[in-house]
Design a protein around this ligand. Sequence first.
Ligand code: F3S
Length: 78
Amino acid sequence: MGDADNLEIIVDRDECIGDGACVSDAPETFEMDDEDKAIVKSPVSDDKETILEAARNCPVDAIIIKDKATGEQLYPED
Ligand code: F3S
């Protein structure tokens, strides 16, 4: 159990352009599917900060991270 267990991780497939930065940054969380879009692995095993960094590095902000417990959106910030 890592500290990422409290995160809800979503890839917006309409936004994803297949950049792949998320897979490089957090390879235990994201992988590319056969349409060259990122999907979230199950289970994820990167830590929270690694996953947030991957979300920040997505050039089109296709990755949305929420705190499962509070529902607060951690990224993108408003
Ligand atoms: Fe897609 Fe962004 Fe990852 S464009 S492949 S979600 S870095």
